[in-house]
Design a protein around this ligand. Structure first.
Ligand code: 3PG
Length: 401
């Protein structure tokens, strides 16, 4: 693929797909702006262009599915270019703003997932015929993709411009690909630790890394562990089942069952958990489940045994927190697992929440690579096809032809 070194941007209108999807609080505040900060080398490298940013925040139906206004405001704190936000993606308002831009301006467009064709998973060619691409491509000259965190998706703003505009990778995209490729060279004992609440992604990664023998073991924590516990016949209790139901994850239990059967002993479940009993942490053995309270972390015995395995691994890949780590009562699992990772020979941390926790602990320098990608990072490490990266490669091949 082409990189920023292959283009001249002077005075050109550049469409830059960034990955600004960030954890957001109840008042719409950005809780961690790592992804915005990580895109600064790219954005600063485009100071002489007219820079139009495309991005998404969360998914339809989720509480933090909101506008990009706050992201634009945050970006303005870090750059000297003039950053504007417009609450439109490709309508007249967006296009007239773009056409009136001056060199050095930055324009943040609206959350692309407000537009229904965005999340269709289809080919770059099919996406190049969508309204978004047909309206925006004519007002731009170059497309750059810096959204590594979403590069496992074949969605419109990630792949749709590559068949019609000269296209390349931004600085962050380049750095992620180089570092993660390095993670894939060499062998040894590789352990995956999968937690957090994106259960569907984690289940498919578990299957993939066990099938391809990339991981020798997958340790599960967070909501992912709840699904595997339910799959192994453990009754996790009504509030925890209700949570799975509310998030449409009940179907994942059957998938988890198939994995447990096919890869005997490879998926390691917690032996104890911490429940939230009226705001207080209480630890219970998994044998003593079900519980009437929300499981909110892994327990001490699990922390010790998981940490021990991680410390002795050649490579550890951690994605997703072990519990509700934002609450200090339930942060022990997430923090101790990350501390253990600093002792492994090679460590990769993925996922917005896990990398936020790495920052809180101040251990970034002791981790080999902190990825801005969640699902994208582990899909990459699992050798899965990355549609947005493939699209960039195809764009270069098209131009060379
Ligand atoms: C992420 O946070 O992993 C990316 O922004 C992709 O989000 P998605 O899983 O909702 O597509």
């Amino acid at each position: 693929y082409y990189t920023m070194d292959d283009f001249s941007f002077d005075g050109k209108t550049v469409l830059l797909r960034v990955e600004f999807n960030s954890p957001m609080g109840p008042k719409g505040e950005i809780l961690d702006d790592k992804r915005i900060r990580e895109s600064l080398p790219t954005i600063k490298g485009l100071e002489d262009s007219k820079l139009v940013l495309l991005a998404h925040q969360s998914r339809p139906g989720k509480k933090d599915f909101t506008t990009m206004e706050e992201h634009a405001r945050r970006l303005q704190k870090y750059v000297k270019q003039n950053v504007r936000y417009v609450d439109d993606i490709f309508g007249w308002n967006a296009r007239s703003h773009i056409m009136n831009m001056e060199k050095g301006d930055v324009l943040m467009l609206e959350n692309v997932r407000f537009y229904s064709e965005e999340t269709l998973e289809q080919s770059p060619e099919a996406h190049s015929k969508t309204h978004l691409v047909k309206k925006l491509a004519p007002v731009a000259q170059i497309f750059l993709n810096d959204a590594f965190g979403a590069s496992h998706r074949s969605q419109c703003s990630l792949v749709g411009f590559t068949p019609v505009l000269p296209s390349g990778a931004g600085r962050l995209m380049e750095k992620e690909i180089d570092s993660l490729n390095e993670a894939l060279t060499g062998g040894g004992e590789t352990i995956y630790v999968l937690g957090g609440a994106k259960v569907d992604d984690s289940i498919s990664v578990t299957k993939n890394v066990l099938e391809k023998k990339i991981a020798s073991k997958v340790l599960v924590t967070g909501v992912v562990a709840n699904v595997f516990m339910a799959a192994s016949g453990i009754r996790i209790g009504k509030p925890n089942m209700d949570f799975l139901e509310k998030n449409d994850y009940i179907g994942q239990i059957d998938l988890a069952k198939t994995i447990l059967k096919a890869f005997d002993g490879k998926v390691v479940l917690p032996s104890d958990v911490a429940i939230n009993k009226d705001g207080k942490r209480e630890e219970i053995n998994v044998m003593d489940l079900p519980t009437d309270y929300l499981i909110s972390d892994i327990g001490q015995a699990t922390i010790l045994s998981f940490s021990d395995m991680i410390r002795h691994a050649d490579k550890v890949i951690i994605n997703g927190p072990s519990g509700i780590f934002e609450n200090p009562e339930f942060s022990a699992g997430t923090n101790d697992i990350l501390m253990a990772a600093t002792r492994a020979k090679f460590s990769v941390i993925g996922g917005g929440h896990s990398s936020a926790a790495v920052e809180q602990l101040g251990i970034e320098d002791r981790i080999s690579h902190v990825s801005t990608g969640g699902g994208a990072c582990i899909d990459f490490l699992s050798g899965k096809n990355m549609p947005a990266i493939e699209a960039l490669k195809a764009a270069k091949a098209r131009i060379q032809k």
